[in-house]
Write a protein that binds this ligand. Sequence first.
Ligand SMILES: Nc1ncnc2c1ncn2[C@@H]1O[C@H](COP(=O)(O)OP(=O)(O)OP(=O)(O)O)[C@@H](O)[C@H]1O
Length: 748
Amino acid sequence: MEAGDVFLHLWQKRNLESENGANGGPGDKTEALRFNLVQLYYLKMASSDIDDLAVLSKSRQLLQEYGDLIDGTQEEGGLNNYAEPILALVGNSKNESKEWKCGLQAQDVVRKYLTSDTKDSNPLEEEYNKLADLLNKAEDTPPPPPPPAVVESKVQPRMRQRVSGPQQDSINTYPSFTLMESDDVLLENTEVRVPPGIPVTNGSRRDEMEDWGMMGTSGGPGTRGRAQGRPYPWNRTGRGQVTSMSTGDRSQTTAIQDSRSYRGGGGSGGGGWRGSVGGRSGGDWRGRSGGGYNRNTDSHSGYGYSDNGWREEDIHEIPNGRPTTYKPRTRGGQERNQWSRRGNEEEELRSAFNTGPNPCFKTASHQMVLEQQKKFGRGGMTEAAYGSGKRSLGVRRSVNTKFVPPVRRDDEDEYGGELMRRCMPQASGKGRGVDEESPYAYLMTDDRLKNIDIKMVELIMNEIMDNGLSVTWDDIAGLNLAKTTIQEIVVWPMLRPDIFTGLRGPPKGLLLFGPPGTGKTMIGKCIAAQSGSTFFSISASSLTSKWVGEGEKMVRAMFAVARCHQPAVIFIDEIDSLLTQRSDTEHESSRRIKTEFLVQLDGATTESEERLLMVGATNRPQELDEAARRRLVKKLYIPLPEEKARQQIIDKLLSNQSHSLGESEVQQVCQQTNGYSGADMANLCREAALGPIRSINFADIHHISVDQVRPITVEDFIKALSIIKPSVSDRDLQLYEDWNVKYGISAR
Ligand SMILES: Nc1ncnc2c1ncn2[C@@H]1O[C@H](COP(=O)(O)OP(=O)(O)OP(=O)(O)O)[C@@H](O)[C@H]1O
């Protein structure tokens, strides 16, 4: 990176955080607008008196301003002009921001802000000139003998450096520039390549800064104290004095940093915007000088730089990695700007900087990218770098909350990363192979799973229902038509695929619909037990994910795994929750899940020879998406049980209980249970079975034997009938029947 680029970074950072007049910098402005939008929304929620149109128009206006701020191309306008450090981070992530380019050119900014074409003095230029002088003097001073021992740094292990150049006016060799300690954050993201001939110094120069007026101008009383958090422009307390900075042909007013960065500033607040960095950097930065950052009494105009707070005992790493110490100038000025280094001369140090195309100084961001590449290969950083915000449970997002992208990090899953770590050690950097301990590692050799995440494979495999289930067709009372149809389209084709080919090929989808509690899930279990196929019982929740893009991958994984386990049946209970009609207002991610589902269900991706059947069950068939309805070819109505079926249910349930009901009494009960579902019948029997228990004295309950409990009688059933009522209304029933007439196959 050239000198001009470094200046651009500094300029971006300063302008992003500084306050240009009363309106604040673009960073503040966007925050304020976002806050306004949220506030407007809550106001509208809280009061219905507020006119919808007024809210709409205000929101539109705010959004417009917000958009202008984000995308504006003017130098101090668009946030994208300040985005270099951020872009450096997201540059390797798969993200739209990749296309997001900074509209500013280094040379433009340098030309505009460092070369004054008016008679007015440019404080920045003056400042750099002073620094250049100082450094030139320092060059003439002979190096001191090396110190006896190197003291370990306790505070700032990061490299600090100051780069300066001679006073020139070309773009990349503009008078001189200084990277302050408060620019460390920036430095971490910046690879600095200093043009040959530019002297480089390192270390703390607190007192020089005082001399140069870089440690803050005197501030107002408001700079006292230390505010917590980041206040908004309108409620900032203790804002410092506003100083004016003349920058060539324009004059810029820079509000000195708000009070959050200061600690007990006394009467002289000031300190400059850089204080904010200190504020965020934590205790090491604050208050080391007792009076906080406000040591400077000089009312030097221009940027009020904060005290960088470099410590005299700080140890610095020189660019080539060898430790050096910087011995700061004393007040007497004799030792100013001197380097000492174990066993090496200053020349060497300088030449290390001037190595041209291969600078040995690695920035933190560069280092991070290298480490990422080591871990994840040339693909470099993943979303991990992008979405590294701390997540918390149960805390509402506020306008101050950091944005956490809804993109899953590679080392994260629904189980806090545990599953991921178990199945994908590469996510934790241990290697790229599949974890051999994973019980499903063997599956990953299958070509059909080559693009599928093993973590998803594992999740799907966990949804396989045990084929050892003991539900038989006889357990299901009534529903003869449904049973025959299912045998025809599910069981036989699975057992004899050679016969069921071509026109006789089984349908790929089956829909069981009807009132709740009529045995749809039981049918699913029965298919699992009787068809001899691998039965995946999938719930809608196991296919949805909080991460954008994961849901559809899960659907794809489910079909891929099922294909590996043919013959297979995928049973999805309450399928309406997954495949409701698509609408313009629904969320993009749920729409994508549906689309993936439909694609997978479609014949295009389902080979005709595949023995794969999708069975969906729903109580709300009318809400299904039309495309899904078409793909679930056979729609079987599972109605309420008829009287005979209800009798079968009672007989079955009473068969292992002691009871005194004869056939006529059971029939009597069945006649009174018209409109009861199978589940209602089961509840009725449970309620009746409690009758004998209720007749026992409470005192006897401890010692009474099972044989002494009286049998269930018809009276128990009659009492239970007054408690258990039918759960399906006539109106709902009519809806099912209408839908069945329209789409069902049992209406023939
Ligand atoms: N035809 C039936 N034969 C025997 N028992 C039945 C029958 N229908 C329902 N049941 C009883 O009702 C209970 C619930 O049935 P199931 O879960 O299969 O209903 P469902 O139609 O899937 O309900 P939902 O639509 O609410 O999921 C079963 O455990 C069983 O005890």
